[in-house]
Ligand binder design. Structure first.
Ligand code: BGC
Length: 255
């Protein structure tokens, strides 16, 4: 229960990596606020699961690409649980479209949900952490693709690359307030975002072969890194990214 009495927000917390993060933070004793746009029922189910773990979770209807709605989440955390200690900017989407075909609305959506929400999530959470005193943790869920090109997914790489510099720059700027900012860069994780690969045995075999550990990550293997970063053991980490990628970024066939 290393996060007992801590209050966290996890954007995009009701599916994929976000859901695993919510469950792990709850297991460690944190109270959590998550957003929902289209699936209040997924949020309710999660709230019940968390109650069974002895923690609390509150769902807020919010579109995290809108600044006022991020503010609404922070206000809800303060109103319901009294404070905010941990902000996880996790919400993310990708289009897997070529730079030649990506439309303006696809581009805007990818940038708004991945990058704009992380920028303003950082701003609004940090303001609250500074106001209440004592600092806090901001964890940005980026990707190996904050640094590593993914052809056919350029807008996503751009947004994740922006999150890399958000983590570094805001991390430097806010360290004096003890607001520590770290990115977590997953490789391929078995979540809905990767369903098309998971449903194609040839593609999946090719992906597994490219990963030194030999398989995709389970969402819980990313969540455990986030829980560590939210806890006391990570008090000297800021302005950097931890890659939990099974070694994929360093993979080499040795030729
Ligand atoms: C992307 C996935 C991709 C994985 C590994 C993730 O950030 O969302 O589509 O499979 O990186 O390349």
């Amino acid at each position: 229960m290393s996060l007992k009495n801590k209050v966290a927000i996890v954007t995009g917390g009701n599916s994929g990596i976000g859901q695993a993060i919510v469950l792990e933070l709850a297991r460690q004793g944190a109270s959590i606020v998550i957003d929902y746009v289209v699936h209040p029922e997924a949020t309710e189910k999660l709230e019940q699961q968390i109650a069974k773990l002895g923690s609390q979770c509150s769902g807020v209807e919010a579109d995290v690409s809108k600044v006022a709605e991020l503010q609404k989440m922070v206000d809800a955390a303060v109103k319901t649980f009294g404070r905010l200690d941990i902000m996880v900017n996790n919400a993310g989407v990708e289009t897997r479209t070529s730079v030649l075909d990506t439309t303006e609305s696809q581009y805007d959506r990818v940038m708004a949900i991945n990058l704009k929400s992380a920028f303003f999530g950082t701003q609004i959470a940090a303001r609250q952490m500074i106001k209440q005193g004592g600092g806090g943790r901001i964890i940005n869920i980026t990707s190996v693709h904050e640094d590593w090109p993914m052809p056919g997914n350029t807008a996503y790489c751009l947004a994740k690359g922006g999150m890399r510099m958000l983590t570094r720059t805001a991390g430097v700027e806010l360290a004096k307030h003890n607001v520590l900012i770290v990115g977590v860069g997953p490789g391929a994780v078995a979540t809905p975002i990767n369903l098309s690969t998971m449903n194609d045995p040839a593609k999946l075999a090719q992906l597994d072969a490219a990963i030194p550990i030999g398989r995709m990550a389970r969402p819980e293997e990313i969540a455990s890194v986030v829980a560590f970063l939210a806890g006391d053991g990570a008090s000297y980490l800021t302005a950097t990214t931890i890659f939990a990628d099974g070694g994929i970024m360093q993979a080499s066939v040795g030729l």
